[in-house]
Write a protein that binds this ligand. Structure first.
Ligand code: PAF
Length: 277
């Protein structure tokens, strides 16, 4: 599988694909979560395109851009057996040439949760995803529920800007102990890896309370905090019980809600969420 790099090459390859195209945007270092998105796209579309691009504009100044794990050969060997038709692996200079000055920004929905901790993050995500949509022109685009706010923000952008495509959200893939799959799990070693399951445990504690009839959002947030605080390696960044669509914090749960959290385990920042239907 040979990835295309330049825009002209990409356009020629895209033009050769007749029928529907499903896009799986990634930053590489693929894991089973990405592969499940590719399989779903393959089942639903005539052709599948995968982008592999570690997008510098979604990393804050103090974040892990230079350390972000990369292994293109490994990624291509994982993609190969899945029958992917097109892989785009642009360089930062192709995506953001000298003189670049256009940004796509979703407003209110990007301010809480991840946006409060990473103020420039979603501007980078929506800009690069809009550029991927323009360049590849997919009929469907596949994202994981693991990045719940990213999914909500991209849906909003697609609606606001009338992108003619469907956003397909696929379930979070988990390790045997419940840890949500993520490229950043690579940083977790030894006791930190064991402790990381606490996010899943905290979400389950709140879900059990919800299933038992609890609708007070603050009670659910407390449930999650109590479980996280019992793990000495965990440092809470936020714990949320918010409206699924607007991401505003709830007092009482009346419709679809999102339980979510960001937690540092040692130096590794992990996020996870459950949707309460
Ligand atoms: O979820 C990711 O891997 C990235 O945020 C995305 C959507 C590929 C944009 O860079």
């Amino acid at each position: 599988m040979i990835p295309v790099i330049g825009l002209d090459e990409l356009r020629a390859a895209r033009l050769s694909l007749k029928g529907t195209v499903g896009l799986v945007p990634t930053m590489g270092y693929l894991h089973e979560g990405h592969l499940s998105l590719i399989r779903r796209a393959k089942a639903e579309c005539d052709h599948v395109a995968v982008s592999i691009f570690v997008n510098p504009t979604q990393f804050g100044a103090n974040e892990d851009l230079s350390k972000y794990p990369r292994d293109l050969e490994r990624d291509l060997s994982l993609i190969e057996p899945l029958g992917v038709d097109l892989v785009w692996n642009p360089t930062p200079e192709i995506m953001y040439p000298t003189g670049y000055q256009t940004w796509v920004e979703v407003e209110a929905m990007t301010r809480p949760l991840e946006g409060a901790m990473r103020p420039t993050h979603f501007k980078g995500v929506t800009t690069v995803v809009a550029k991927l949509f323009n360049a590849i022109q997919p009929h469907k685009a596949y994202f994981g529920q693991k990045d719940a706010q990213q999914v909500a923000v991209i849906r909003q952008m697609v609606w606001d800007l009338n992108f003619p495509l469907e956003v397909v959200v696929c379930p979070t893939m988990r390790e045997a102990d419940g840890l949500a799959m993520s490229s950043r799990n690579k940083y977790l070693e030894g006791e930190d890896r064991k402790a990381a399951v606490v996010l899943f445990q905290a979400l389950n504690a709140a879900k059990e309370a919800y299933q038992g009839g609890e609708r007070d959002a603050e009670m659910l947030r407390s449930r999650m905090k109590n479980v996280l605080e019992a793990e000495p390696r965990a440092q809470i960044q936020y714990v949320s019980c918010a409206d699924y669509n607007t991401l505003e914090e709830l007092e009482m749960i009346k419709g679809k809600a999102l339980l979510s959290m960001a937690v540092l385990i040692g130096k590794t920042r992990l996020i996870d969420n459950f949707v309460l239907e």
